[in-house]
Ligand binder design. Sequence first.
Ligand code: OX2
Length: 824
Amino acid sequence: MYSKRFAKETFKETVKDNVKTLYRKKIEEATPQQIFQAVSYAVKDIIIDDWLATQAEYRKQDAKTVYYMSMEFLMGRALGNNLINMTAYKEVKEALEEMNIDLNAIEDQEPDAALGNGGLGRLAACFLDSLATLNYPAYGCGIRYRYGMFKQKIENGYQVETPDDWLMEGNPFELRREEYAKEIRFGGTIRFEKDPVTGKDKFIQENYESVMAIPYDMPIVGYGNHVVNTLRIWDAQAITNFSLESFDRGDYHKAVEQENLAKMIVDVLYPNDNHYAGKELRLKQQYFFISASLQAMIEKYKKDHDDIKKLYEKVKIQMNDTHPTVAVPELMRLLIDVEGLDWEEAWDVTTKTCAYTNHTIMSEALEKWPIDLFSKLLPRIYQIVQEIDRRFIEQVRRQYPGNEEKVRKMAILRDNQVRMAHMAIIAGFSVNGVAQLHTEILKHQELKDFYEMMPEKFNNKTNGITQRRFLLHGNPLLADWITGLIGDGWITDLSKISNLKPYVNDERFRKEFMQIKYKNKERLAKYIKEHNGIDVDPRSIFDVQVKRLHEYKRQLLNILHIMYLYNQIKEHPEMSFYPRTFIFGAKAAAGYLRAKETIKLINSVADVVNNDRSINGKIKVVFIEDYRVSNAELLFAAADVSEQISTASKEASGTGNMKFMLNGAPTLGTMDGANVEIVEEVGEENAFIFGLSSEEVINYENNGGYNPIDIYFNDWELKRVVDQLMDGTYANGNHEMYKNLYNALLNTQSTNKADMYFILKDFRSYAEAQKRVEAAYRDEQRWSRMAMLNTACSGKFTSDRTIEEYVQDIWKLEKVYVPSGQPE
Ligand code: OX2
């Protein structure tokens, strides 16, 4: 498709020229990083033509556009992915080989764009890939954090965070768009005036601080269709650089303050997953990128349309969790104060434009801003929120006369807090959960009152992942093999992967499938040797749990079980045991003590177990340092077992579970999140399910929790493991090292806070499921069938399916076909 421009010789020349102009070097003298830059500029050069053509076509067709608003976009690396989607990966690999350059090594030069924490941010990235591939006009809007997700070092078994200086060498794919800069105002006071001419109310913000928001655009390349959408991330800059005239030059202090404010706002991504910290700077970040994005959106709309009241016909705003929900009052402000609409008109537009996705029911993740903080930072926005709340309460009272309990539960402003989720639900025309089970829990538990009052808004959109990154790019051996059998239709239509099913019955194909898995395990073993210095045997079972460290995800259950197995093997050396490599990867939020203790425990168990010659290498434990998108691709491809062991009801969906499935790893998991739907697709006999159901968990919770003490005293093997947290076995004799973990399990102060994630309760069920895993793995025929069936049944879990559902039910976009932007 890009054959014309990717004519090998031309491409090679461009790379050489780039090395020359950028670095005054010959290609033979260039460092790998310099070659990465030179290659990336050559690739961007080609993308630009399609980027221009796409945007021109959108404008020509006056196409409706979705704005995906998100504090996080966990993009990972761009070069390999862009080449894949340009369908030029193999050609470029060849071209570089002819210059003695290894594309893989060049790809490794690129830092991950880690502008996200975990599932929520990676989902946003997968959605952008699918939107472009499916020909839908879309913007991703976010923040260009100076430092992304911290880099994790493991020192002496502990996590140490270091800054992620991802822009150090420059980002070859981004474009700075100074001309679209927007001013953002914080604080000050609001003066009210009647316009002498129109008689309309006017609200004037005074004594505020402001910063400029500068957009950087990154291309989002669709697969093989010439579509290039835009991820627009905003940088902040002091206003003094812009209009020295309008600024009081004498006020040096103010200038410095504004400089600092600008630097601080976009300085760093908050490294919390599923946890709200309530920091003022975070609210500044939110308002900063939302105000900038909405101003740009309206400006763009007005270029081609003059009736702002019909804005909703051309744009939809999807709010990725509550983080961007200040979009509701900000859109109201822009429509009323700037565009001159009255309240009802503005409300009509806003409520037809904004839609909200909920990603969690964890109460500690719910954003509730203290009113005094919120109103000081955003005085005009706060007035608007008050008016939204006032009108909503009136409506509740009309619908439920005399029921003040409803008002108390549903209001936006209550107990000196602004409840952002309530605002999003009240103003949004759509509220969706991210897996069937999660949406049902929202409707019947967490958001019950809202569901009863406005059932029509609620809908489910089960998450998905892009097969282009997580199979085509991450697992080239399997991708080629699948294409050889069923053709390459699966790349843009993953339902076609079910055409593998007939081959599952043929032993020859199952063997080939397992040989590829073996090669991927060798690739990972090499990575582990290089990074951890540990030898792992690719013939052992690769049992993998990679995801953020969180109590509800229960890495602790996994490691306690390993401690239990180790005790067993030590006690019964003759016991038959299939060798197992337990692999973990996880970052803990910097201030999350129990999470950090869990990392230390995993590493300590690894030290003891890996160095105990007496167990003949039957168990190996590996902690992958700095788990991120780029090494995740290696891990999914090499996994035999996918650990998805959250406390039922807590994991809204999960998306790692889908990536493992796609790469042929059966799920060992609870009936939680999207695991339920995975089992539905692949069949319960091809997964290993254990543990309490979500109903059982919710039941316990509604009745004051459960008491783990009985389990502890009645199961001596489990008791021994729990006691080993305190007896120094994994702490060189230190009895305090894991006391927070011990207390979390058995707490001591208040029993209803003991083992809140049901680890002891689910332990035996988990251990038994692990036995089933071993038995299944021993039976090669059976295992290869299970593994291959997982791949063959993964069609539902493409983000292409998810995006089509958002488009049909929520955004109602039209596909736009783009002629190649390549000059002939
Ligand atoms: C995550 C959820 O925890 C996870 O279950 C889900 O798959 C992912 O979002 C994408 O929907 N922060 N991260 C999440 O929710 C929040 C809040």
